[in-house]
Design a protein around this ligand. Structure first.
Ligand code: FAD
Ligand code: FES
Length: 516
């Protein structure tokens, strides 16, 4: 799978049978235009198509070419920001609704898998929240108490974590969590949408949103447009909103290594620690022929994620992957070869809840963002909630996830995050990383200073240097080179660009310009 937001390949990206799709090559009209074919966009399109709406999906890359193809696909209602914190920030009633919405989302995925007969390895299993040596048991007690208060009566405290090398201390066990293969699930959703006469266009990058009276015109890079009564922007981070939402959430890079492990070496379950940044672990059956090895023994892949940092604010991304691998070796001495190393992006809302619903100030434009590490369930919640809003039905989660909400208790986080963004503009006055393009090594990129401008220089493997402006077209921060994904990443709101400056992740709608 080539058209994705990174150059690394994930455990999901092989042996897939995508439905045939093309770019948008004519102007068309429909009830609802959904932008983005990740789990949020396709779940929304699927549920709206089931309501009898005519739906068109526009996707810049391939189906699942965004973060849904880079996920680890834990389906969990054990929220990683912890219910104890959620209750303090939003109150018990809202925290209960959040818990219910994620529980519902896992059930909804299970229901869709059955109804559409999607062969995507969906399974129910336990999830274990364990402690690192630096954590205290008190954290587990508080979380257990919070979950009990919210009605999770099946969560239990175990004296020992099931994998003793991981932790020899206690853990919380959350039953009825889930796993699946995210891209096989999206393929199933796509086929169902197409069967209901929905339309999906790939290689169709949306470059503008215009309003003509009550109608919305969504224009793509081919020059053709979709005219719709309603628009759902499910691009992971909204590409239609210039500022409002981006001051309320922050982009993080997160890393994954996949190692071979013999079946039965650890119980098939989800594992999460409570550290910052945290680690997340699960097993996958791998059938990639390249990984078979000479021994031809049956094995699973254990995928371990973590080492998150703010996008564009790390000098050495490769070191993050190395640290993660070191952690895996220490915690799982029985693990075999590393066969996958990849990274992706998560969007962390400052008050810990996603933003799903009407775009602030607009009646017929909807967004789904702020997924944090729970985008599989948040994306499914988005499908259900946005469908209800469009169908004019009440939904108990509407105010909880309202993108226009103000959560006073998150104000210090808001200030801290926006001071961090303001601090990134210092890059205008700092020297370049190197002083001469000739110093940029083949296969890498660096930012240089030229007069009062900053220029991003990529040197290809033949030694040819390509120059582009280092100024992010979103709000003007200076990008930095990401050596793991060979991309230019913006430290302010997470826009990313490929080595030649083409846009990979919003909020930017266009690529890096010519150097000044
Ligand atoms: C390493 C990693 C591990 C994770 N683990 C988990 C986990 O275990 N459990 C969990 O629940 N969540 C997890 N997440 C989060 C989850 O994967 C994401 O939140 C989720 O996939 C986001 O889905 P989405 O549909 O909102 O966005 P995406 O899947 O990114 O889809 C958005 C789509 O919009 C397209 N697009 C963007 N701009 C445009 C444009 N201008 N025009 C047209 N199309 C556009 C993109 O190409 C993309 O395909 C993880 C994320 C990462 C990176
Ligand atoms: S993403 Fe906002 S300035 Fe770059």
């Amino acid at each position: 799978m080539k058209k994705t937001t990174g150059t690394t390949q994930t455990v999901w990206m092989h042996g897939l049978d995508f439905p045939a799709t093309t770019a948008l090559m004519q102007d068309i009209t429909c009830d609802i235009c959904v932008v983005g074919a990740g789990i949020s966009g396709l779940t929304t399109a699927y549920l709206l198509a089931k309501e009898g709406k005519s739906v068109v999906v526009l996707e810049a890359k391939a189906i699942g070419g965004g973060e849904t193809g880079r996920t680890t696909a834990h389906l969990s209602n054990a929220l990683d920001d912890r219910y104890d914190i959620l209750m303090k920030t939003h109150g018990e009633k809202q925290a209960r609704l959040a818990a219910e919405s994620h529980t519902y989302a896992i059930r909804k995925i299970e229901e869709i898998v059955k109804e559409e007969n999607i062969d995507c390895d969906f399974e129910r299993l336990n999830g274990y929240l364990f402690l690192q040596p630096s954590d205290s048991e008190d954290q587990l007690d508080k979380e257990l108490e919070a979950t009990r208060q919210l009605g999770f009566d099946k969560v239990t405290r175990l004296k020992k974590t099931p994998v003793s090398t991981l932790s020899d201390g206690p853990c919380l066990c959350f039953p009825d969590q889930g796993i699946f293969h995210p891209l096989k699930y999206l393929i199933g959703l796509s086929r169902a949408i197409l069967d209901m006469a929905g339309q999906i266009y790939t290689d169709s990058h949306v470059i503008s949103f215009e309003k003509e009276n009550t109608l919305h015109r969504v224009k793509t890079n081919s020059g053709f447009a979709v005219t719709a009564n309603q628009v759902v922007v499910a691009t992971n981070t909204p590409v239609n909103d210039w500022a409002t939402i981006h001051t309320k959430q922050e982009p993080y890079r997160t890393y994954v290594v996949g190692v071979k492990i013999l079946p039965g070496a650890i119980p098939n379950a989800l594992y999460w620690d409570n550290s910052d940044p945290y680690h997340y672990i699960r097993l996958v059956k791998d059938d990639h022929p390249d990984n078979a090895g000479a021994e031809e023994r049956e094995y699973n892949i254990m995928i371990v994620g973590g080492e998150d940092h703010k996008t564009g604010q790390e000098d050495n991304e490769q070191v993050r992957l190395d640290c993660l691998e070191e952690w895996v070796r220490e915690k799982f001495p029985m693990a075999g070869d590393v066969v996958y190393r990849w990274s992706g992006q998560v969007i962390e809302p400052q008050d810990y809840l996603a933003f799903i619903g009407r775009n602030p100030g607009e009646d017929n434009v909807y967004i789904a963002t702020g997924d944090s590490g729970h985008g599989m369930t948040h994306g499914t919640i988005a499908g259900v909630l946005i469908t209800d809003l469009i169908m004019g039905r009440p939904n108990a989660w509407a105010s909880l996830y309202d993108p226009g909400r103000v959560t006073l208790k998150s104000t210090p986080e808001f200030l801290k995050a926006n001071l961090n963004v303001a601090a990134q503009y210092k890059d205008y006055v700092t020297p370049g990383e190197v002083s001469d393009p000739a110093e940029v090594a083949p296969g890498t990129g660096s930012v240089i200073r030229r007069g009062i401008s900053k220029v991003a220089v990529y040197c290809d493997l033949n030694g040819q240097r390509h120059e582009m402006s280092a100024v992010c077209p979103h709000m003007g921060c200076i990008v930095s080179w990401n050596e793991v994904e060979s991309s230019w990443d913006c430290p302010c709101h997470g826009s990313r660009f490929d080595k030649h400056g083409e846009v990979l992740n919003g909020p930017a709608l266009k690529g890096l310009g010519k150097p000044a």
